[in-house]
Design a protein around this ligand. Structure first.
Ligand SMILES: [Zn+2]
Length: 475
C-alpha cells in the first residue's frame, strides 16, 4: 500500500499582492512534495488564502469595493502565482468557502461543548498589522517588531476564551517530536516551561466580516480557530498532516495554539512542523511596511519560473538569507546556464550525432545519492542542491577529460546521458519544467527515485533545446 503524505503551507492574507516570501514558502513546500512523490508517497498538498481577517475588510474599504469582491479578486492572484511557479498543490483552500466556515464552526462548538471555551473580558495591547494581542514582551519600544510603522492600540471587550493553560503539560510532551529545526523547538519549549500560559481570546465583537460564532451570534470567530482549521477543512480526508510548513513568525501559533485546539477537540495531532526563516533584502527584512517588497509575479514576467524556483531553493531555509534580483540572475547564469545547461546541450548534441552504447555507468558512482537523500530528510534543500551540482561539475570534468567530440566514444556518451537522466530526476523537485524537458529529450518519463539506478534503455537521443538563456545584469 502506498503511504500518504499530507503537506501544507501557511495560508496567505489577501490584503496585498504576494511577495517573494510567499513564493519562497510555496516552492519549498512544492520541492518537498515532489521529493515525496519520487519516493513513492501518495502526496496531498494543500495551500490557500486566509480571507476572514479584519485587515482584508480594511483593505477592501480602502480600495472602495465590497470585501467579498476584494478577497475573490486577490485570492486569484495567489492561485495565479501557484500556477506560474509550477506548484503541484492538489487543492487550494479559501477560508471564505462554505466547507471551511462549517468546519471552523464545528471545531469551535466542539471545544465549547467540552468546556474549553468560556466567556470573559479581554483587555490588552493589539497590533492591527499582526491582528494579534501583544504582551509587553512582544513589543520593542512599545511597537510591534513586525510592524514598526503601526501604532499599538489598547482594546477592551467581552470575549470568549479558550483554556490554553489546561494543555501545557501535554504540549511540553508533544513539542519535542514535532518542531524542526532544533533551535525553533527549543524556543517554544523554553517558553512553555518558563512562561505562564494564558488562556486565549478566540472571539471578536463589532466586526461585520468573519465567521459567525456558532454559540453566540454577536461574536465572530477570531483568527486561531478560523485560520488554523483550514488544515482540516481543506484536508479532503487526509488529516492528520504529515508536514506543516510555516514561517518563523507564526511558530507559536502552530506549535502551541494549534495542537491545543486539536487535543481539545479530539483530533489527531500533525506529525511535523517545519519552521523556515525569512529572506532579507541586503540584510533588511523584506516587508510591506518597509516598502521593499519583491513581487514574484513581476519577476515571473521577465524570468523563467525554474530560474526563480532554483534561486529561492538555493537559500538556506533555517537561517535568514539574502535575496534579490541580482542573486536570481547570478544563480541562473553561473549555475543553471553555464553548468547544467551547457552540460546537457553539449552531451545531447554529441549523443544525437554519434549515438550511444550501453555500458555500466562508472561516472554515476561519483553521485553522492545517499548524502543527497539525507539532506532531503533533514529538509536542507540548499545542501542537497550543492551536492547535486557537485555531480554536475563532475560530469563537466568527465566531458573535458574524455573529449567525446574527438573520440566519438558512444560508451562515454552513454555514461554521460545516463548521468544526466539521474540529474533530471534529482532536480525535478527544484526545476520541474526543465527536468521534464530533459527527460523528454532522453525519451523517458520521471516517476521515481529508483529510476536513477535503472540504466537508461533508449537507443537514440534528441538534442535538447536550450534550457537556460543567460540574463544580463540589470535586465
Ligand atoms: Zn504587528
Amino acid at each position: 500500500m502506498t503511504k500518504k503524505f499530507y503537506i501544507t503551507t501557511a495560508i496567505d492574507y489577501v490584503n496585498a499582492r504576494p511577495h517573494i516570501g510567499h513564493a519562497f514558502e510555496k516552492v519549498l513546500a512544492d520541492a518537498i512534495a515532489r521529493w515525496q512523490k519520487l519516493n513513492g508517497k501518495e502526496v496531498f498538498f494543500l495551500t490557500g488564502t486566509d480571507e476572514n481577517a479584519q485587515k482584508n475588510a480594511q483593505a477592501a474599504k480602502e480600495a472602495g469595493i465590497p470585501t467579498q469582491e476584494f478577497v475573490d479578486k486577490n485570492s486569484k492572484i495567489f492561485i495565479e502565482l501557484c500556477k506560474k511557479l509550477s506548484i503541484s498543490n492538489d487543492d487550494f483552500i479559501r477560508t471564505t468557502e462554505q466547507r471551511h466556515v462549517k468546519t471552523a464552526q464545528e471545531i469551535f462548538k466542539k471545544a465549547y461543548d467540552k468546556g474549553d471555551i468560556y466567556k470573559g473580558t479581554y483587555e490588552g495591547s493589539y497590533c492591527y498589522g499582526c491582528e494579534a494581542y501583544k504582551t509587553e514582551k512582544d513589543l520593542v519600544d512599545g511597537k510591534c517588531p513586525q510592524h514598526p510603522n503601526r501604532e499599538i492600540v489598547l482594546l477592551k471587550e467581552e470575549a470568549y476564551f479558550f483554556k490554553l493553560s489546561k494543555y501545557r503539560d501535554q504540549l511540553i510532551e508533544f513539542v519535542p517530536k514535532y518542531i524542526i529545526p532544533k533551535s525553533k523547538k527549543n524556543e517554544i519549549l523554553s517558553r512553555l516551561k518558563t512562561e505562564e500560559l494564558k488562556d486565549l481570546c478566540v472571539s471578536r465583537t463589532n466586526l461585520d466580516w468573519g465567521i459567525d460564532s456558532p454559540i453566540d451570534p454577536k461574536f465572530k470567530i477570531y483568527v486561531w480557530i478560523d485560520a488554523l482549521t483550514n488544515y482540516i477543512s481543506g484536508a479532503s480526508g487526509n488529516w492528520p498532516a504529515d508536514l506543516h510548513i510555516i514561517g518563523k513568525d507564526i511558530n507559536w501559533f502552530h506549535s502551541v495554539i494549534w495542537p491545543a485546539i486539536l487535543i481539545s477537540t479530539d483530533y489527531e495531532l500533525p506529525k511535523k512542523l517545519l519552521v523556515h526563516s525569512f529572506l532579507n533584502l541586503k540584510g533588511t527584512k523584506i516587508s510591506k511596511s518597509l516598502g521593499n517588497i519583491i513581487d514574484p509575479l513581476k519577476l515571473l514576467e521577465n524570468y523563467p519560473s525554474d530560474s526563480l524556483r532554483y534561486s529561492l531553493l538555493r537559500c538556506n531555509i533555517f537561517e535568514d538569507s539574502d535575496y534579490s534580483k541580482d542573486i536570481l540572475i547570478e544563480r541562473n547564469n553561473k549555475e543553471l546556464a553555464d553548468k547544467l545547461g551547457n552540460l546537457i546541450s553539449r552531451v545531447s548534441a554529441l549523443a544525437e550525432k554519434n549515438g550511444i552504447e550501453k555500458i555500466e555507468n562508472s561516472l554515476l558512482k561519483k553521485l553522492k545519492l545517499e548524502e543527497i537523500k539525507k539532506k532531503f530528510e533533514e529538509y536542507e534543500l540548499d545542501k542537497a542542491l550543492t551536492l547535486i551540482f557537485e555531480f554536475v561539475d563532475k560530469c563537466n570534468t568527465y566531458v573535458q577529460e574524455k573529449k567525446p567530440w574527438e573520440t566519438q566514444d558512444k560508451k562515454v556518451l552513454y555514461e554521460l546521458v545516463d548521468s544526466i537522466k539521474a540529474l533530471s530526476i534529482l532536480l525535478w523537485p527544484f526545476i520541474p519544467e526543465t527536468s521534464e524537458k530533459i527527460a523528454k529529450s532522453l525519451g523517458f518519463e520521471i516517476k521515481s527515485l529508483d529510476q536513477i539506478n535503472n540504466p537508461l534503455e533508449v537507443k537514440s537521443i534528441k538534442k535538447s533545446p536550450i534550457l537556460f538563456e543567460k540574463i544580463k545584469m540589470g535586465e
